[in-house]
Structures are given as structure tokens and as C-alpha cells.
Design a protein around this ligand. Sequence first.
Ligand code: KDG
Ligand code: MG
Length: 402
Amino acid sequence: MKITEAKVIVCCPGRNFVTLKIVTDEGLYGIGDATLNGREKAVVSFLEDYLCPMLIGKDAQRIEDIWQYLYRGAYWRRGPVGMTAIAAVDTALWDIKAKAANMPLYQLLGGRSRDKIMVYTHANGADIPSTLDAVGKAIEQGYKAIRVQSGIPGVATTYGVSKGGGKYEPADSDLPDEHSWSTEKYLNFTPKLFDEVRRQYGNDIHLLHDVHHRLTPIEAGRLGKELEPYHLFWMEDAVPVENQESFRLLRQHTTTPIAVGEIFNSIHDCRELIQNQLIDYIRTTVVHAGGITQMRRIADFASLYHVRTGSHGATDLSPVCMGAALHFDYWVPNFGIQEHMPHSELMESVFTRAYRYEDGYFTPGEAIGHGVDIDEKLAAKYPYQRKCLPVNRLEDGTLWHW
Ligand code: KDG
Ligand code: MG
């Protein structure tokens, strides 16, 4: 089965998505997500100028060899742009292989390990009362696990909190917006937030929180410790990930479970954290961590160290990634949870999807392949728009992690 065409489709139905379509001489095709928020065009170029020409004429059935060719065969390896491009190729090839086998992808991976996939959604508000309302709405929608983020008194803009109560979409301006940050105000406020949520909604709902890389290890240790009475499902991205020794320090100070990895793109980024049992959940995703092929390796490795999966699933990961991720989640033995930040109706209109939500859980559906397709004609009506993620500054103007 020879690859005859590999084309990149860029669209912006409310936000940018990059999709790779691989076509074969047997008429089967597959699609993969190649979206890298705020850096979309870099992946488009990586694919169009380098990877797509290399694919023509290759046997689409040889997923492993193509993965090795694009990764091991490259002198300049790793990095978000290149690994997102490889992920798109890999996802499209698994889609083709499952279609050729006339199976849903999860069957090809080894069959399902569970009946349904628990997801967590986001609840956020400008202050504690509106955040509590958002948590209540998520519970009404059936969610069993909820990520809670709130505006902080005295801090003008905060990660995870939408402007004016709408859906949160951080890449929202042509050039980076400037946000502000105060670690002191955040640390003083956040335990109060979780205290209120537990008081109002009790102990049965799973609560999660994303620090978004903003604390030093000792600050993160303090937060983890102060959040212990509210027994979070996880505290995410507590510290920047470049210096992984930070996690050792953090671990020594708290029993709050630790999640990390949405910005990782290689199994090597995860290795020490997993091997030393410094984390509880690994958040790598299909689209940013080299596709299904590398995600399986990461999960199998993690399973040796009691680390479970918790794939990133913000709206900048397209429905194609969500579809593929749900097949992976259905199969993976050491599944933890899957993030679900719902796409808008407009975004979803461009992609047909076999996956379904019901009462806090997803199933990937029984369509062959990964079950997601793109309506190219409709996609063409929504051309690319440049959108950047924000940058962050401390109150004195010092540039900080966003
Ligand atoms: O593009 C950046 C987003 O994907 C990220 O900010 C979302 O941290 C995120 C999350 O946990 O969903
Ligand atoms: Mg995050």
C-alpha cells in the first residue's frame, strides 16, 4: 500500500487547526492532528517542506519503520515542531492501518481495557462565587472530575480564567497579550478556593488544578501541602520542567499527586521523572508526543513505576487528536484520566466524529480507524488567522513563565 499524497489542511473555525491527510494507492486515507498552538505555521512548513515529500512512495503499512525513519533517521531530533509533525504522520498511518484491518483503532492496539473513559473538564470564574457556579454546572453535566481555576483578587489576568465568562481560549491575539502574576497572592488565595469548593460540593467529586509552571519547587511544596486536606486528583505543572530535580524537592514536601508532561514531546523528557517515581500522572498527548507509536512506549514504561496516563486535551488539540487519544485511552492498561475541554459547535462542525460523551465519560465509537474525519470544503471557509499565546510578567515587570 503506497503513499501517493500527503497534504496539510489549515483552518480556523474559531481557532487554528492543522490537519495532515495521507492518501494511498488503494484509496484508503488517514488523518492526523498537527496543531501546535501559536506555532501552527512552523509545523505546516516542517511537514510540507520536509516530511511530506519523504513519505511519497513509502509503504503506509510500515508505521514503525516510517516513525524510525523520521525520528532516528534525522540528525536534528526532538522538539515540539518536529515531533508534532511526526505525530501527525503517525496518527494518519494508524488511521489507515485500522481502516485496512476494518477495525476501530483500539481493537488494533489490543482491545479495550475498560468500558468507558473518565474525563475531566474545566470550571473557572473571575472570583470564588462564579467559580463555584461553574463547578456546579459541570457537576450538572455529569462530570466526575473537574479542574478548578479562579481569578485571584488583585491580579488582573490569570491562567485558565476566561474573559467575560465565555470559553477560555488563551491564544487570542495577533501578538502576545501581556498577563500579570503574583506568586504571593496566588499562594494565599488558592487553598481558600479549594476549601470553598469542598465545603459546597463535598468530597466525592475529583478536583484538579493547573499551576501552569509558575512556582519554584519550595513554593510548589507549600501549595501541595496546603492543598492536602482537599485531596486533589492532581496538581499539574507545579514548576517549570527544564530542571527536573525540582520534582524531587516538591515530592519531599507533599502527598498531593503530581501531574506533568503536556509540553513534553519525547519519552526521554519523561524518563527520569517516571523512573524515580517523582510524578503520578504523565500528561503527554498523541499530537505533541510523537503519535500513538511513542505514546504506547511512554505508557508501557510508566506502568512499571505506578505512573498513570492523563493526556492533555485542551481545545488547541483538534478533534482528530481527541479521537485518536480516546482509542489510546480505551486500550491503555495504566489509564488515569483524559482531559476534555469541549470544542465549540463551529470547531466541531468541520470534523465528523465517532466519539461520544455521556455522564462524565467518553467512548471512542466503533467506526473503523480513529473515527474522525475532516470536511475539507467547510474547512476552506475558515482560513488561518495568526493567534499568539500570552506572555506573563511579575508586578514589577519581570518576565515570568506563562
Ligand atoms: O496551548 C496551551 C494550552 O494547551 C495549555 O495552556 C492548556 O495547560 C493547559 C491544560 O492543562 O489544558
Ligand atoms: Mg496544563
